[in-house]
Design a protein around this ligand. Structure first.
Ligand code: ADP
Ligand code: MG
Length: 607
């Protein structure tokens, strides 16, 4: 019988392994920088072209390699970092699996130059898709330079799968920052398409964090220091009032390796209990040192997940260390007299009005639902309204009439409909606007209604490229870090179309001298912060998509909050404007804006 099982040729095995190690240009960046750190480099320079699609190059002044080692480094499982299984339990280096270079060489054009301190002359090796095309002596400084070009040249599917340059660059910056934060004593530089994005000199930890996160971050940091037999914890946490909507500034290192661990993240956020605004996340830069025999970093090829011997103990030490820091630096509410003023006017308090127990609105109640039908958790008006036009006569007539009328007709029609509003509206719970109509009663959530109105207005301004702007007497300077600069560049034009205007822009900041007339100067910081956090995780591929996200984020943050009292004419204005919207049933994030109770429904309740 013919033999069916065959050993895969090396280059195929390498390509398969590469799939695990190299997902995108950022993975190459991670592996190359980590190798430079492992080689004891003092200076590490990262050069990137076209978000790594054309070039990723890392130049270090570390130990370098002899020509034999240089050649061997591309073999799979070739590593100088461990030699026996037991070594796996005492790892002090970033790498140890010996598969990064072999993997990268299998799927790119790679050029390595390296020289050790002791050799006069260095070596240059060129590899394309695992094939060594040349190996020659070369003049090169001590250390190693590895240039990776045309990533995925031989796996077109992979290459096509790559995201836009801004998305890929963001991933690269993430990896770069993680290593740079773990090694403040090493000089790091990053250059993208000729622009220097980072230049981080040797420094202490605090300076390194500030060098990466921007000068404004300094005042936000609180030190953490805890020594126990099991672990040492050091680093910084962000003051609660600076907590952000995104998790972008959460860094957790174990033995100087960046790792992700939800369980320990929970310990950290738990320590902030009661101190954070709703839906915000604290920043942290925490460094754990633990005996390497007590952890297992071998569970994932990219080594960002690890297992601890004693998770529970670490959880509680971590949590109490953070509580301690928050308390010591006068941030926790334990010290009532000197309470940070920011807690007095917390967002949460604003947002949760005092409850009046008698009135309850059944949010699941759907006026158009058949009695026998099972209730659905998300009542939707859209599908049912066509089949039951009677109940909501006035509004629906209004709506369809609006759809095919001219603007002046709209105004007339509108007056008519408004006229049908049986009596004045009023505000309930500082949250709902209640308006009796001839056919029933309408209850509208004020925040959601305003969210929809602003959203449509902003989107219109962005696409039509005109908006009312107010000039600021004193221009505002907005501090940006490298991340947000990239996001800002993408959004600048759309922001200008909403009424923002900008003058100076550096690598660290941008000056705002005009803002949309719909917003207050005091809101700008928060609105921009929230906006950036929307884009932090993924920059959209198309302008259209980013315009919608932009309009959504701005509108949401500009909209009247629940818990705010509204004058009667403001309430009426909200109702009126809402029904001029294209889609007045739902917020841009698909939440129901109002509910309607017809007289029929009310009658049924009394049956
Ligand atoms: P690992 O890092 O897991 O050992 P790699 O494939 O990343 O595996 O690297 C293979 C070997 O090549 C390393 O063990 C190291 O000896 C050598 N090497 C790679 N990059 C460098 C560098 N920048 N400087 C010196 N030696 C390097
Ligand atoms: Mg490595």
């Amino acid at each position: 019988m013919k033999k069916r099982i065959q050993l895969l040729p090396d280059h195929v095995a390498n390509q398969i392994a590469a799939g695990e190690v190299v997902q995108r240009p950022a993975s190459v960046v991670k592996e190359l920088i980590e190798n430079a750190v492992d080689a004891n480099a003092k200076h590490i320079n990262l050069l990137v072209k076209d978000a790594g699609k054309t070039l990723v190059q890392v130049i270090d002044d570390g130990d370098g390699m002899t020509d034999t080692d240089a050649r061997l480094s591309f073999e799979r499982h070739a590593t100088s970092k461990i030699s026996k299984a037991e070594d796996l339990f005492k790892i002090h280096t970033k790498g140890f699996r010996g598969e990064a270079l072999a993997s990268i060489a299998a799927i790119a054009h790679l050029e390595m130059k390296s020289k050790t301190e002791d050799s006069e002359i260095g070596v240059q090796i060129n590899i394309e898709g695992s094939e060594v095309s040349q190996q020659i002596p070369t003049v090169t400084p001590t250390g190693t330079s590895i240039a990776v070009k045309n990533l995925f040249f031989n796996i077109p599917a992979r290459r096509n799968f790559l995201k836009s340059d801004s998305v890929e660059l963001k991933h690269i910056i993430d990896e770069f920052q993680r290593v740079a934060l773990a090694h403040p004593t090493i000089n790091f530089k990053m250059i993208h398409n000729g622009n220097e994005l980072f230049n981080l000199p040797t420094s202490n930890l605090r300076q390194r964090i500030v060098g990466i996160m921007g000068s404004k971050s300094n005042e936000k940091l609180v030190p953490v220091n805890e020594d126990t037999d099991l672990i040492k914890i050091r680093g910084f946490i962000g003051k609660p009032k600076y907590a952000k909507r995104s998790r972008g500034e959460q860094f957790f290192f174990v033995n100087n390796r960046y790792i992700k661990n939800n369980y320990l993240n929970h310990a950290i956020t738990n320590a902030y209990e009661g101190l954070l605004k709703e839906k915000t996340h604290p920043s942290y830069f925490l460094y754990l040192e633990i005996d390497s025999e007590r952890i297992d970093i071998n569970i994932h090829p990219t080594k960002t997940e690890i297992k601890f011997d004693d998770q529970h103990a670490i959880y509680s030490i971590l949590q109490s260390a953070i509580k301690h820091s928050l308390g010591q630096f006068n941030i926790a509410p334990v010290l009532d007299f000197e309470k940070d003023t920011s807690f007095e006017t917390s967002y949460q308090q604003h947002q949760s009005p005092i409850k009046i127990p008698e009135i309850e609105v059944d949010r699941d109640f759907n006026p158009f639902r058949d009695e026998n039908e099972k209730p659905t958790s998300q009542p939707s008006f859209q599908p049912e309204r066509k089949s039951n036009p009677k109940n909501w006569e006035d509004l629906y007539n209004f709506e369809s009439a609006i759809a095919d009328s001219t603007e002046s007709e709209q105004a007339n029609l509108f007056e008519e409909t408004q006229f049908k509003q049986a009596s004045k509206c009023f505000q309930m719970h500082k949250k709902y606007i209640v308006a009796p109509f001839k056919t029933g009663i309408l209850m509208m959530n004020q925040h959601r209604a305003h969210f929809r109105i602003l959203y449509e207005e902003l989107l219109k301004n962005i696409t039509e490229q005109h908006a009312a702007s107010q000039q600021l007497l004193f221009p505002l300077e907005l501090q940006l870090n490298v991340h947000s600069i990239e996001i800002f560049k993408e959004l600048k034009e759309a922001l200008e179309n909403t009424g923002f205007s900008f003058t100076k822009m550096t690598n660290q900041s941008v000056v705002i001298n005009g803002i949309p007339d719909m917003i207050q100067e005091s809101q700008v910081d928060q609105i921009i912060d929230e906006l950036f956090s929307e884009f932090e995780n993924e920059l959209p591929e198309t302008g259209f998509e980013s315009n919608t996200i932009l309009a959504k984020s701005l509108a949401k943050n500009m909209a009247i909050k629940n818990g705010v009292s509204l004058k009667e004419d403001e309430q009426q204005q909200l109702i009126n404007s809402l029904f001029f919207c294209k889609d007045f049933l739902q917020t841009p994030d698909d939440k129901q804006i109002f509910i309607n109770l017809s007289v029929d429904d009310i009658d049924k309740k009394f049956a």
